[in-house]
Design a protein around this ligand. Sequence first.
Ligand code: TPP
Ligand code: MG
Length: 323
Amino acid sequence: MDLSTETLMDMYRKMRTIRMFEDKLSELVNTGKLAGFLHLCAGQEAIAVAVCAHLRDGDVVNSNHRGHGHCIAKGVDIDGMMAELFGRSTGTCKGKGGSMHIADLDKGMLGANGIVGAGIPLTVGAALTAQIKETGGVAVAFFGDGATNQGQFHEGLNMAAVWNLPAVFVAENNGYGEATPTEFVTPSTDLTKRAASYCMRTESADGMDFFDVYEKAGRAIEVARKGEGPTLLECKTYRYYGHYVGDPMTYRKPEETEEWKTKRDPLDKFEAEAVSRGLVEQGNLRRIDDEVRESIEKSVAAAEAAPFPSVDELTTDVYYEND
Ligand SMILES: Cc1ncc(C[n+]2csc(CCOP(=O)(O)OP(=O)(O)O)c2C)c(N)n1
Ligand SMILES: [Mg+2]
């Protein structure tokens, strides 16, 4: 494996930040301190971090409604994100986007998206731009299993394949779309089969295993960067929270969730492997835990103290003016 101790610790820090960010949001909503409709990605951290580890500054990602992890993995600042969720003017989008519309173009984060599947054609467009301008850039779409039943998925994959675009389509197959099990609405739970009709290369990874995703995403991104076409990368995973914060979760048994949490947790798995191979020291990981916890607490305090956008901000950043 080509990962240094320093890089591994950085990967762990990012995964731990996503986990603690999501756990904190759940607590804030449940204690009435934060309002809004939130979809948390705890359990799915390894995918975002392992994929984004291969991306460069000029590369871009598109996300979905469950997008906090993708933002953090692509380098969006958590203070800005927290303030955004609190609707404050210091937020990533000046408090006017919220959870499902966080975008940070400077970081190559083209946006979370509340419309299931909508990040896919945006990714195709970004990949086409990279191809035409010969930037060597790669565009990545993160989406769920449910999105693979959308027309946008099929149209997007078709176009990316026909034009041999530098794109990677990352399907986070967490077994459910809202309360519906994947097998109830999708003929095969092996989503890579869907790429066959577009003659697209595929990779299938254990989304709970950072190292597996890292290896397969690395190949897919390298192929795209070399101009050898797109890949559909399926990552099998699980979301620990419900579809949204407040979901009563009557459609799945608590034992099922418990099994994933206790036996397949991506952070535990990463730690067990990295420590047993002598790549990182456990004490350093605990130090990172403490630092991340403190940074999340600070981001909440700063967000709560920040002002709301003023009324004259209402019509700014809404329409693009061509000057
Ligand atoms: C076009 C569209 N249809 C329906 C919805 C309502 N909706 C929001 S999330 C979701 C489920 C998405 O499931 P999946 O793609 O598997 O992502 P997950 O929530 O599991 O991460 C649905 C149906 C929507 N937002 N957009
Ligand atoms: Mg899903």
